[in-house]
Design a protein around this ligand. Structure first.
Ligand SMILES: CC(C)CCC[C@@H](C)[C@H]1CC[C@H]2[C@@H]3[C@@H](O)C=C4C[C@@H](O)CC[C@]4(C)[C@H]3CC[C@]12C
Length: 423
């Protein structure tokens, strides 16, 4: 077994890794893997103690930027603020692990029904996060984030499809919908957001990190569309994590209203009109993450969490990963995986399916947002439900029921942990 077991050190050099569990063996295994990221057996130093359900929180690490569009009366500028917010989330989504640990890590694969709940409390008021693993085969996570003061709400779901060609390439399947109550309007704006593709760089050197590629889109019910083009090399600057973005009236891509360029891990400038290299007089806004540290997500103490909440359910695995105790990692992970297999077998035998706590698959009802806005950004009206286990939408009734549920007794919590997690 590879001797590097800590999660905070950077990767070993390629030369000093050999044998089972080494980086070399890992590289060989990914060259022939089947596209299922969860099946990759990564060497210890690459394991993260964090589950993918937690990643939904990256959408709102700056709640005041998230709610800013709801304060803007001009629809084009509202669309611009939505684009700005989206761009500010990229650094947390795709670079925070490399920045924290020195390299990208392989997150824990959530089990079906896993929850991650939290809230932010800051100058934007209270913003609530609900994230749930809604499908296991294929793995898909759904989320709903609501700012209670403004009513700004983001919901979405995503799965990943990986392939190998020179490196690991990951296509994100799914989308997000942002609802923004607009000033002086009784109909809130809807923004349909597509998710960028990514690939892993630095694999051969043993220090993987994420680079975004291709393009992603945001289109609004108010008639504006943004296109974001990602480039690892940086067309203009030659720098990594580069992007350019334009906002235009839907269908009129040549009529650029605003343009943005920069690095999604660093700062960027927003210009009115098409981008002009080195032009300072067209700058209307800018973003520098160093000037706006993320707001801290508040998560209940583990002992107060529901047994299916991520940090409680994975506590023993996460502690063992952090300690580098791989024996315990394997034992504790297997307990959860076996209990989950048994739970699914029992459901099948009893002719029932796992009831999602906060989301419902709307496979048979046409989705009005995808029907109206999907074709503009190339999203199918079925929301790729065949690849995500469903077209997942936040279910307000379920959420209300969950809110009103009496607190679980210790006995009931222990029963859930035993039956569903093998603990
Ligand atoms: C480090 C590597 C060799 C192992 C493979 C890890 C792989 C499964 C991880 C690596 C990066 C992860 C992305 C992450 O960058 C950000 C997001 C955005 C979030 O909103 C949804 C999840 C997603 C796409 C992660 C999926 C798992 C990835 C690809």
């Amino acid at each position: 077994m590879e001797s590097q077991t800590t999660t905070t050190t950077s990767a070993p050099s390629v030369q000093n890794t050999s044998g089972g569990g080494s980086w070399g063996a890992f590289l060989k295994s990914i060259a022939s893997f089947n596209g299922d990221l969860s099946s990759l057996t990564a060497p210890p130093f690459i394991l993260s103690p964090t589950s993918l359900t937690e990643f939904s929180s990256y959408w709102c690490e700056h709640p005041s930027v998230f709610v800013a569009p709801s304060k803007e009366s001009d629809p084009a500028r509202r669309a611009l603020l939505v684009l700005k917010w989206f761009l500010t989330t990229l650094k947390q989504q795709y670079a925070s692990r490399s920045e924290q640990y020195g390299n990208e890590k392989k997150p824990l694969n959530p089990f079906l029904g896993e929850l991650f709940l939290g809230k932010w409390e800051d100058e934007a008021g209270v913003t609530e996060l609900i994230s749930e693993q809604v499908s296991h085969h294929p793995p898909a996570t759904a989320y709903n984030i609501t700012n209670l003061s403004s009513g700004v709400r983001l919901e979405g779901y995503n799965a990943q499809k990986a392939s190998f060609s020179k490196t690991i390439n990951i296509k994100q399947i799914g989308h997000a919908v942002l609802t923004v109550p607009a000033p002086a309007s009784d109909r809130p704006d809807k923004y349909l957001i597509t998710l960028p593709s990514l690939h892993i760089e630095g694999l051969l050197l043993g220090s993987p990190f994420i680079e975004l590629d291709g393009s992603s889109w945001i289109t609004s019910s108010t008639g504006y569309t943004a296109r974001i083009d990602y480039s690892g090399r940086g067309w203009i600057s030659g720098k990594k994590n580069s992007f350019t973005a334009i906002l235009y009236p839907t269908g009129k891509e040549k009529e650029v209203l605003f343009s943005i360029s920069g690095q999604w891990t660093k700062d960027f400038e927003i210009h009115s009109g098409p981008f002009k290299y080195n032009s300072k007089d067209t700058i209307v806004d800018s973003w520098d993450p160093l000037l706006s540290p993320p707001s801290k997500l508040i998560v209940s103490p583990i002992e107060e969490q529901h047994p299916l909440e991520s940090r409680r359910a994975w506590a023993k695995v996460a502690a063992a990963i952090t300690k580098g105790d791989l024996e315990t990692v394997s034992v504790e992970k297997s307990k959860i995986e076996n209990a989950q297999r048994q739970a699914r077998a029992k459901e099948r035998a009893e002719g029932r399916t796992w009831q999602r706590r906060y989301f419902t698959a709307q496979n048979d009802v046409p989705d009005p947002i995808l029907a109206n806005l999907g074709p503009i950004v190339g999203l199918p009206t079925h929301g790729d439900s065949d690849k995500t286990g469903g077209l997942w939408r936040f279910d307000f009734e379920k959420a209300e029921a969950a809110r009103n549920e009496p607190r679980l007794s210790q006995e009931d919590a222990a029963k859930i942990a035993r039956e569903l997690l093998g603990q």
